[in-house]
Design a protein. Structure first.
Length: 208
């Protein structure tokens, strides 16, 4: 399989989609969001295409598109369907692949299967995206511990938010992971501003 990364978060709304878009742009990668929960606003696939400039053919269609913005198992139940985790198989693409999970690593896909169970089956390296706000040390270390207990390889941690060197260093030291870089909050958030911020804060060779 070509080089692939799974982008997982320590929580929902931590900046996974922005980081995914930046990485897709930097690597000229394909993008796949296996499960999209919430269709009223711009979907993550649409946001990544807009912020990365990726051609539509590099955005792999979601396996499940669910209307309710909630945990996937709850959203699926509301529509009277059930997600089949066995059908979640990374697509074969001609180039690098960026896979973005729904929410954090422990988010349920069904009543019995968590996102992390699928990540363990895939065995792909995970880039953990963490915010720099209060509580990030606890959330990050819990996610790192959960991934390690299931044998999921951790490529590193990408932070999103204001500068917080002490928190970042603590997570890297106690968690035994490397810090890949930090995306600041961007206003305006455009492809150009995101590309510039990624180039300043990250090293592309860390992902190739």
């Amino acid at each position: 399989m070509t080089r692939a990364f799974v982008i997982a978060g320590t929580d929902t709304g931590v900046g996974k989609t922005c980081f995914s878009a930046a990485l897709v742009d930097a690597l000229t990668a394909f993008y796949w969001k296996p499960v999209q929960a919430g269709l009223e606003d711009e979907t993550d696939s649409q946001a990544v295409m807009r912020l990365s400039g990726a051609a539509p053919e590099r955005i792999v269609p979601e396996a499940w598109r669910l209307t309710l913005p909630a945990s996937p198992h709850i959203s699926a139940r509301a529509e009277g369907i059930a997600i089949d985790p066995a059908r979640l198989v990374p697509p074969h693409v001609e180039g690098p692949l960026v896979i973005e999970t729904a929410g954090g690593v422990m988010v349920p896909l069904t009543d019995d299967v968590l996102t992390i169970d699928v990540l363990a089956r895939w065995g792909l390296p995970v880039i953990l995206v963490a915010r720099t706000a209060l509580g990030t040390i606890n959330h990050s270390l819990l996610a790192i511990d959960a991934l390690r207990r299931r044998g999921v390889p951790i490529h590193g941690v990408a932070f999103v938010g204001d500068k917080a060197e002490a928190q970042q260093q603590t997570i890297a030291r106690i968690g035994g992971v490397r810090t890949l870089g930090r995306l600041p909050h961007l206003d305006p958030l455009t492809r150009e501003s995101l590309r510039e911020a990624f180039a300043c804060a990250f090293t592309v060779s860390d992902f190739t």
